[in-house]
Design a protein around this ligand. Structure first.
Ligand code: IPE
Ligand code: IPE
Ligand code: MG
Length: 255
């Protein structure tokens, strides 16, 4: 099983030398519940194992030389789940920050959390701020965690920010272009994802980075998230390398 594979650091893996490495990979980490159900375990066990996959993904992203990794960990719609599961997921985020922050910082990871903070408990908000403040000056890997995040909600918040500016007279409606709009998004300053990976076989976006994925490549992996490892990551990046990104223009490959 993929989750039981021994993960070798990429530097030891001389076979993997992709021609094209994406700058920004965003991952929809899906399938924790089904991973657990297959084993007759409670869903929380899948989420716990999912955290281990997060650690592997962050390490692999650094080894692969990515500049940006964005992880979808709790959607605006995940509040629809049973209260106990929501509480478990909140607890896991807290534990992850408390347990892993020092190590992330020591590895030069810059942490940023996107999503609606107003809907979160104050202890979680404090941890999020601590993580961002501590790692603000780091430059090795930009790790963005989407938590209480929805792409539509993010766009609406941006619209509200801009509408307030128009109302105050500091912005003209005609000046709202792509650049101005992007500055009002949670992801301001983060380049669009080149590659979006979704695990668990589902082929949908589920309200993830709605604005930012306009020209992203999508790779859907059959594995459940707790089984995600360096080999899965490499496979997705290899597939990305085979894609012909045209951005509406003509392919430089065929001339
Ligand atoms: C992904 O796994 C984690 C979150 C959405 C929080 P799921 O919990 O969605 O697992 P499945 O899709 O039910 O298997
Ligand atoms: C998307 O997964 C959200 C996260 C991975 C955090 P879901 O499991 O919530 O998505 P749906 O409900 O299958 O679309
Ligand atoms: Mg799911």
């Amino acid at each position: 099983m993929a989750g039981e594979r021994n993960i070798a650091p990429l530097s030891d893996n001389i076979d993997f030398a992709p021609e094209v490495v994406p700058t920004h990979v965003a991952i929809i980490m899906d399938g924790n519940g089904r991973w657990a159900a297959r084993r007759g375990l409670p869903r929380i066990e899948g989420h716990r194992r999912g955290i281990e996959a997060v650690r592997r993904a962050v390490r692999a992203a650094g080894d692969l030389g990515l500049k940006y990794l964005t992880l979808y960990s709790f959607s605006s719609e995940n509040w629809r789940r049973p209260a106990q599961e929501v509480a478990d997921l909140m607890g896991l985020l807290k534990r992850f920050i408390r347990h892993d922050l020092a190590e992330l910082h020591a590895s030069g990871v810059k942490v940023r959390i996107i999503g609606d903070r107003n809907g979160l408990a104050s202890d979680i908000r404090a941890l999020i701020e601590e993580a961002e403040n501590l790692t603000r000056a780091n430059t090795a890997l930009n790790l963005t965690v989407a938590f209480n995040y929805g792409g539509r909600q993010e766009i609406l918040r941006a619209v509200q920010i801009l509408a307030e500016k128009v109302k105050a007279g500091s912005l003209q409606p005609a000046d709202i272009d792509v650049e101005v709009f992007e500055k009002a998004l949670d992801t301001s300053g983060i380049p669009d994802p080149d590659l979006v990976i979704r695990t668990s076989g589902e082929q949908r976006v589920s309200n993830f980075l709605t604005w930012q994925t306009a020209y992203s490549e999508f790779v859907f992996l059959p594995d459940f998230w707790p089984d995600f490892d360096l080999v899965s990551f490499q496979a997705a990046i290899r597939e990305f390398g085979r894609r012909d990104r045209r951005f509406g223009g003509l392919s430089p490959r065929v001339g």
